[in-house]
Design a protein around this ligand. Structure first.
Ligand code: OAD
Length: 254
């Protein structure tokens, strides 16, 4: 079991910091691991991941929602309350700081808006966000706030059920967000891939798009993933420790 409280070797961190110094366009692609230190469970971590205890087919597909709208509604309501009570951690803050120092596009699979709350701007949310709603049939945005604690989904003015504004399995990602993310991956010369198992497409293909174009890809994760052997550099450790240290080393180079 890797020690997520340990920092990677100083030489590897310095190498990653020098990559930042040399880069013109940075992409930071993130996943659930970035928010773990804010107390939000990941999906696939052993024992603690959400998909260890819950069935994604039941809770994160349009079919699951239609089969049992109250169940899905209440599960997202629970997660929404957890996310609302959470605070950004040092990893989110370091990524926001990087964006101030280097031209950076933040692309996230997370639906929790913690990057934005930490100060990141123009975040590309590949999987939507859990804090807003749209209607199931026609995609009408729910403009008024929706109360927590409801036992079933409210009804849109068009008569359809409201649902969380997230992407479920089997659904297309928001087209323009995905187009912007693909473009950023093609144009960047450095990509950090932080806190994702790199298993879910199309997000998982972004680092390969960058690698194919000659970019450097640095992975930050306490555990290896299918990306690790292709990445230019693998930094083993928790985002909340590694990312601030990288920013410190980068600032020391300037
Ligand atoms: P996963 O749960 O699949 O992966 C989380 C990753 O974070 C794992 O590789 C962990 O090793 C790593 N990790 C754990 N703690 C960390 C820490 N402190 N710092 C850095 N990394 C850490 O989450 P995602 O890759 O985001 O989609 O999952 C992708 C998508 O699958 C999600 O957006 C969600 C899920 O099903 C939908 O619901 C559509």
């Amino acid at each position: 079991m890797p020690d997520s409280a340990a920092l990677p070797d100083e030489k590897l961190l310095s190498r990653a910091a020098s990559y930042i110094k040399g880069c013109k366009r940075l992409v930071v692609l993130t996943g659930a691991g970035v928010s773990k230190e804010s107390g939000i469970p990941t999906f696939r971590d052993k024992l603690t991941g959400l998909w260890e205890g819950y069935d994604p087919g039941q809770l994160a597909t349009p079919e699951g929602f239609l089969k049992n709208p109250p169940l899905v509604w209440k599960w997202y309501d629970w997660r929404r309350q957890m996310v609302s009570a959470a605070e950004p951690n040092d990893g989110h803050r370091a990524i926001a700081q990087l964006q101030k120092l280097v031209p950076t596009t933040v692309v996230t699979q997370n639906v929790d808006r913690l990057h934005q709350r930490a100060g990141s701007e123009n975040v590309l949310e590949l999987h939507g966000n859990i804090l807003t709603f749209r209607c199931f049939e026609r995609g009408h945005q729910a403009l008024d706030g929706v109360a927590s604690g409801l036992d079933e989904p409210p009804i849109c003015q068009c008569g359809s059920l409201l649902r969380p504004n997230v992407v479920w399995f089997g659904e297309a990602l928001p087209q323009s967000v995905l187009a912007d993310a693909n473009k950023a991956a093609k144009l960047c010369d450095l990509m950090f891939v932080v806190g994702t198992s790199a298993l879910v497409q199309p997000a998982a293909s972004l680092p390969h798009i960058a690698l194919d174009r000659g970019a450097i890809v640095v992975e930050v994760n306490p555990n290896e993933t299918p990306l690790s052997e292709d990445a230019t550099l693998f930094l083993s450790g928790a985002s909340g420790l590694v990312m601030p240290q990288l920013v410190r080393l980068f600032e020391a180079l300037n």
